[in-house]
Design a binder for this molecule. Structure first.
Ligand code: SIN
Length: 330
C-alpha cells in the first residue's frame, strides 16, 4: 500500500513540477510594464538576442512586456520569490525597499540626461546599486527613459493651472509631495491603468516621458502636453542576489556583459526617442504641445523645489549635493 501511495505522489509531482535536468538551460524571465518599442522594451529584447547568440543552449531569456506577467508593484515581490529573474522597474518604485533611491524623483534635480549619467556613474550613484542588498535585491545597472512632461485635460502653463487637478503618479511619496506643492491631487496608480483612467476622465492628467506618452497612446486622450522636463524617469535593472549567486561562474560574467551592452543600446534608444516620439506626437495633431517661457518654467522650479528639503534626511544631503554637482559641467 505504502509503495502504491508513494508511487502516486511521485506521479502527481511529476505532473505539476517538471524535474529540472542538469542539461536544461537556465531560464531568465525578464518582466516589464512598457511597450516593446520603448527604450526598456528594446533593451530587454536586445538582452534576449545577445544571450541567445552567445549562450544559446545554456541560458534562455524570456521577455514579458506590457505587464503581461506582473504589474509594476508586484514584479519585485515576484522576483524575490523566484518567479522572475530580471526586472527594470522605474526608480520611483523602490521606496518600500530603500529611501536613497527617492533622490531620482526630486523635481528639477538634473538639468539633462548627461548630468544624470555623470551622477549614476559616479561614486554616489554606484553605491546606490547595492543599497537593497540586505533585502536580497541587487542593482545591475541604470537604464534611461528620459525627462518627464505633464499631460492634462486643460492647458497648463503655470503652477496655478493645476490647482485641484488629479494627476496619476507612481508609488512615490516624493512625487506625491511634488504635486501637493502645486495644489494638485496626486493619485497613486499602476502604469497599466493610466490610459483607462485618462480616457474615462477619472483623472485629469499624468506625468511621463515622450516615449511612454507615445507608445501607450496617452496623447490620444490628453488634449495638452506641457514640455516641462521637470523630473526624471529612469530604471534600475535588478535581480535577486540569490539567483545571481546561483549562476555558474562561467555564465554570470557573460550574462552581465550582455546586459551591459543591452543597457547601452537602450540608453541610445532613449536619447533618440525623446526627440522622435515628441515629434510623432506633435505630428499626430491629437494634442497641443505647450512650450514654456523661461519665466513660466521658473515658477514651476520655485514651487516644486522646496520638496527637496522634506526628503533630505531620508536621501542624504551628500547625495543631493553630488547630484547637483553633476549639473555643473552641463
Ligand atoms: C515604466 O516606464 O516602466 C512605467 C512608468 C510609469 O509607471 O509611469
Amino acid at each position: 500500500m505504502r509503495i502504491i501511495l508513494s508511487g502516486l505522489v511521485l506521479a502527481a509531482m511529476t505532473l505539476v513540477a517538471p524535474i529540472a535536468n542538469a542539461d536544461d538551460p537556465i531560464v531568465i524571465k525578464f518582466s516589464h510594464v512598457v511597450a516593446e518599442n520603448t527604450p526598456k522594451g528594446q533593451a530587454a529584447n536586445k538582452f534576449k538576442d545577445l544571450v541567445a547568440e552567445r549562450l544559446g543552449g545554456k541560458v534562455v531569456v524570456e521577455v514579458y512586456p506590457n505587464a503581461q506577467l506582473y504589474g509594476d508593484n508586484k514584479v519585485i515581490e515576484a522576483m524575490l520569490l523566484g518567479d522572475v529573474q530580471i526586472a527594470a522597474p522605474a526608480l520611483s518604485k523602490f521606496q518600500k525597499y530603500t529611501p536613497e533611491l527617492q533622490i531620482y524623483d526630486l523635481p528639477f534635480l538634473f538639468d539633462n540626461i548627461e548630468a544624470v549619467d555623470r551622477f549614476q556613474q559616479g561614486p554616489a550613484g554606484q553605491k546606490m546599486l547595492t543599497s537593497m542588498e540586505d533585502k536580497g535585491i541587487l542593482g545591475l545597472g541604470y537604464l534611461h527613459n528620459g525627462m518627464k512632461q505633464l499631460s492634462a485635460s486643460k492647458p497648463i502653463r503655470v503652477p496655478a493651472d493645476v490647482d485641484g487637478l488629479k494627476f496619476r503618479i507612481m508609488t512615490s511619496d516624493v512625487l506625491a509631495e511634488q504635486f501637493e506643492a502645486v495644489d494638485a491631487l496626486p493619485v497613486k496608480k499602476p502604469f497599466s491603468e493610466v490610459f483607462t483612467l485618462l480616457q474615462t476622465k477619472a483623472i485629469d492628467g499624468q506625468e511621463n516621458t515622450w516615449s511612454n506618452i507615445y507608445s501607450k497612446k496617452f496623447f490620444e486622450v490628453q488634449p495638452y502636453i506641457t514640455h516641462t522636463d521637470h523630473g526624471l524617469l529612469d530604471y534600475l535593472v535588478i535581480t535577486s542576489s540569490e539567483f545571481w549567486n546561483s549562476l555558474p561562474d562561467d555564465v554570470r560574467p557573460e550574462v552581465k556583459k550582455a546586459l551591459d551592452e543591452a543597457v547601452a543600446f537602450g540608453n541610445k534608444v532613449a536619447l533618440d526617442k525623446a526627440e522622435s516620439d515628441k515629434k510623432l506626437i506633435a505630428d499626430s495633431g491629437r494634442t497641443e504641445i505647450i512650450e514654456l517661457t523661461p519665466e513660466e518654467r521658473k515658477k514651476w522650479v520655485e514651487a516644486m523645489k522646496p520638496v527637496w528639503k522634506k526628503f533630505e534626511d531620508d536621501i542624504g544631503k551628500e547625495n543631493i549635493d553630488a547630484a547637483t554637482a553633476s549639473n555643473a559641467s552641463s
